[in-house]
Write a protein that binds this ligand. Structure first.
Ligand code: HEM
Ligand SMILES: *[C@@H]1O[C@H](CO)[C@@H](O)[C@H](O)[C@H]1NC(C)=O
Ligand SMILES: *[C@@H]1O[C@H](CO)[C@@H](O)[C@H](O)[C@H]1NC(C)=O
Ligand SMILES: *[C@@H]1O[C@H](CO)[C@@H](O)[C@H](O)[C@H]1NC(C)=O
Length: 463
């Protein structure tokens, strides 16, 4: 075959290729992506994005990118083309359009450790079924009749153990409180018992892996966490077998009115699904609310006046930003505010950037609980606005510490109850100060590097 013949033979293919290339180019040319920097191949700008920074700020990376590119910019994060949004309206738009234009999309490593049936990574019908079970279990009626008493009992158990003029890690104590509460609430495990303490230890190893780089080699935090995951699942499975037997023999105890029993009675989930549900509720319900309590203890001791006027919960959530952003991906090509968000790209609504946006909150880095007092809780400290706004924080469009839309945190009411009851008894019974300087850092999960060491003084005998 001559070269000419070969060329002729191939030319339709070549022509098609050139056409296709032009088509892609012209499609690209009409796309108006937000400005931004895609960084290095593969790792993109992930390192900069994840660099630790003070929890009451948005961090250097966000600051620099917003001032260069605006509140909506493109990047390459966690190995994927990504649109980052610090824009209040776009964040709301993304969260409200879950399942239609966008969908929850956490990195694969999160699914590896929380399990493929974890509510955080599930989408569609399976997510809906698990969510319904969890919401029913944490319904307002149950919060009032059942949980309030338990939350109070576990609060007093922890506070009652604090000795006069002693020093300890407030963060560890807050974790003890939320862990004990969740272990009891989920599997009727009692604080102080060997099995509960063993689970707590495994859980600490597990947590370190969830927030570490997903490197599965011997000795890494991630590998250890995977091992802890199996141990924890074994404990849960034993509890489950035990319960199924009890239920079969009619030996159920009335005090075992917990999530495990609820799921066994009200769902047809498989064993594997129940194990992942319980593990992820333990995860979602423990770390977040304990860090929030530690943040309140921290902010309050720097602001003695506010202790008299406990409007601190919203302000702690706004300024502390326990969950700083959520993971989504675009299901369709989306055009928003003149920008194109291509189908398949990751989208990160950064809720913390809105909470710390000076155009929305006056002096956003100041802990100022009084900003929630006027203007129907909208969080503006200036009273210049005369708008008639609802008095409920949940209708405040720019306040999203628990996410929003169809995936709004299932435990938000429980979390607020835990914070309110704990802080209530704390300020009634104790004076406290920082025993050593410490402050909240976002890694980007929020943590006190020294565990928030405090020294406490009894105001009187515990009431
Ligand atoms: C102050 C404490 C808490 C904060 C700041 C918080 C924040 C959040 C956020 C932002 C989400 C949404 C994630 C996303 O959209 O991808 C979420 C989901 C969730 N949270 Fe919380 N949370 C807290 C406490 C709790 C507690 C106490 C529980 C109780 C078990 C809980 C259970 C859940 C569950 C099950 C989901 C998944 C909901 C779904 O996908 O439908 N959280 N949380
Ligand atoms: C409290 O403890 C500190 C340090 O441990 C000590 O210096 C101080 O004297 C103690 N105060 C009281 C009132 O016991
Ligand atoms: C549970 O039952 C429903 C129908 O009642 C069914 O659609 C669903 O697939 C079942 N789920 C499991 C995990 O078997
Ligand atoms: C605010 O608006 C609601 C309904 O839109 C109305 O019922 C209420 O009276 C208004 N309150 C004030 C103070 O204007």
């Amino acid at each position: 075959m001559s070269e000419i013949e070969l060329l002729l033979l191939l030319s339709p293919a070549i022509l098609a290729l050139i056409l296709l290339q032009n088509l892609i180019k012209s499609k690209k040319a009409t796309l108006k992506l937000p400005p931004g920097n895609m960084g290095w191949p593969f790792i993109g700008e992930t390192m900069g994005y994840l660099k630790p920074y003070s929890a009451t700020s948005i961090g250097e990376f966000m600051e620099q990118h917003i001032s260069r590119f605006g509140k909506i910019y493109k990047s390459n994060l966690f190995g994927e083309s990504t649109i980052v949004s610090a824009d209040a309206e776009l964040n709301r738009f993304i969260l409200q359009n879950e399942g239609r234009l966008f969908e929850c999309s956490y990195p694969r490593s999160i699914g590896g450790i929380l399990g493929k049936w974890s509510m955080l990574v599930l989408v569609g019908d399976m997510h809906r079924d698990m969510r319904t079970i969890s919401l029913n279990f944490m319904s307002n009626a149950r919060l009032r009749t059942h949980l309030l008493r338990e939350v109070e009992r576990h609060t007093l158990l922890v506070l009652g153990s604090w000795k006069e003029n002693s020093t300890f890690s407030a963060q560890d104590e807050a974790k003890k409180f939320t862990f004990n509460l969740m272990a009891k609430h989920i599997m009727s495990m009692d604080p102080g018992k060997p099995e509960t303490e063993q689970l707590k230890r495994e859980y600490i190893t597990f947590m370190k892996g969830v927030v570490s780089a997903p490197l599965n080699f011997p000795g890494t935090a991630y590998r250890k966490a995977l091992q802890s995951r199996s141990t924890i699942l074994r404990v849960i499975e034993l509890k489950m077998k035990d319960r199924i037997e009890k239920m079969r023999d009619g030996r159920e105890e009335t005090e075992e009115d917990d999530l495990l029993g609820w799921v066994l009675k009200h769902s047809n989930f498989s064993t594997e699904q129940i194990l992942d549900l319980i593990l992820s509720l333990l995860f979602a319900g423990h770390e977040t609310s304990s860090v929030s309590i530690a943040l309140a203890i921290y902010f309050l001791q720097g602001c003695p006046n506010s202790v008299q006027q406990l409007r601190v919960i919203s302000e702690t959530l706004r300024l502390g930003n326990v969950v700083r952003f959520v993971h989504r991906k675009a299901l369709k090509d989306v055009r928003y505010k003149g920008y194109d968000i291509p189908r398949g790209w990751k989208v990160l609504p950064v809720v913390s950037a809105v909470h710390l946006d000076p155009s929305i909150y006056d002096q956003p880095q100041h802990f100022n609980p009084w900003r929630w007092q006027n203007n129907g809780n909208r969080g503006y400290s200036s009273s210049s606005s005369s708008s008639n706004s609802s008095s409920s924080t949940t209708t405040n469009n720019n306040f999203m510490p628990f996410g929003g839309g169809p995936r709004l945190c299932a435990g938000s009411e429980l979390a607020k109850l835990e914070m309110a009851v704990f802080i209530h008894h704390l300020v009634l019974n104790y004076h406290w100060e920082l025993a050593e300087p410490d402050h909240a850092l976002a890694f980007p999960f929020v943590d006190f590097p020294k565990g928030l060491p405090i020294r406490v003084h009894h105001l009187h005998d515990l009431i």
